[in-house]
Design a protein around this ligand. Structure first.
Ligand code: NAP
Length: 249
């Protein structure tokens, strides 16, 4: 089989595919032959751009809306007949020191990043079981692995995603559904564009490769975890951070 068609005939859902890492994942899965659906929340213009650039289908579906998530998954099954791949990518951050953090900002980040991933994983499990297998890839962060001041809400959501990944893998591995995670470091997207220049400079100094990553560099790892190339990898996290967390000094 030609290398780029490794996901031929697979049906994929990518949450938060309108921009950034999600858009790159949509593009890579489509390039490798998958039929791709992606969700977005507010940015209809960016979603239309992703759709145009990749041939994937956009679906307006907010992470906090459990009912719409179930209906969206059902609509994809009705149209495409199956769901083989779920990429839980949609995420937000709302950085603030804990003592100043309103509870609403804590709840928003946990609900979008963690509860949303739970809702989506639950919604695709039955169709994947019916299809006899599948792959779920959860997008975490290096903030799940090391402490980052100002990110207690974000790192709690991402640390929980890694624990969720392992336990769900234990539940579903025996049924042919592989659950894995990626933990990106500092990737150039809208999410990191807003960070203060000082924080960017300090991160750059710590990254062994001395550059930020691209969304495409995360997408290729997600596509690997979605494909049979990773058939014997279950419940694991692949860190994609240019060495940010590899060295202490
Ligand atoms: P981004 O550029 O800000 O894009 C976020 C995506 O998530 C957009 O498609 C957005 O849709 C969608 N989204 C946000 N809130 C949503 C909601 N409530 N319901 C549905 N969709 C929603 O972010 P990114 O940098 O690509 O990050 C993608 C993932 O990678 C996130 O989980 C993030 O935590 C993780 N990550 C990023 C980095 C990094 O350095 N960039 C590092 C580690 C981990 P709209 O366009 O409609 O707003």
């Amino acid at each position: 089989m030609k290398e780029e068609m490794k996901l031929k005939d697979k049906v994929a859902i990518v949450t938060g595919g309108s921009r950034g890492i999600g858009r790159a994942v949509v593009a890579e899965l489509a390039r490798q032959g998958a039929r791709v659906y992606f969700t977005f929340h507010r940015n209809a213009e960016a979603a239309a751009e992703t759709e145009k650039a990749t041939g994937a289908r956009k679906l307006l579906c907010p992470q906090p809306d459990a009912e719409t998530i179930v209906k969206t998954a059902e609509a994809v099954v009705a149209e495409a007949g199956r769901i083989d791949i779920l990429v839980n990518n949609a995420g937000v951050h709302a950085d603030q020191f804990l003592m100043l953090m309103p509870e609403s900002e804590w709840t928003k980040v946990i609900d979008t990043n963690l509860n949303g991933a739970f809702r989506w994983a639950k919604a695709v499990t039955r169709p994947m079981l019916s299809a006899g297998g599948g792959a779920i890839i959860n997008v975490a962060s290096v903030s799940a692995l090391v402490g980052v001041a100002g990110q207690t809400n974000y790192s709690a959501s991402k640390g929980a995603i890694l624990a969720f990944t392992r336990s769900l893998a234990a539940e579903l591995g025996g049924k042919g559904i592989r659950v894995n995670a990626v933990a990106p470091g500092f990737i150039e997207t809208d999410m990191t564009a807003v960070l203060p220049r000082d924080i960017k400079r300090r991160n750059l100094e710590r990254i062994l490769l001395k550059r930020f990553g691209s969304a495409a560099e995360v997408a290729s790892v997600v596509a690997f975890l979605a494909s049979d190339e990773s058939a014997y990898i279950v419940g694991q996290t692949i860190v994609v951070d240019g060495g940010l967390t590899a060295a202490a000094l």
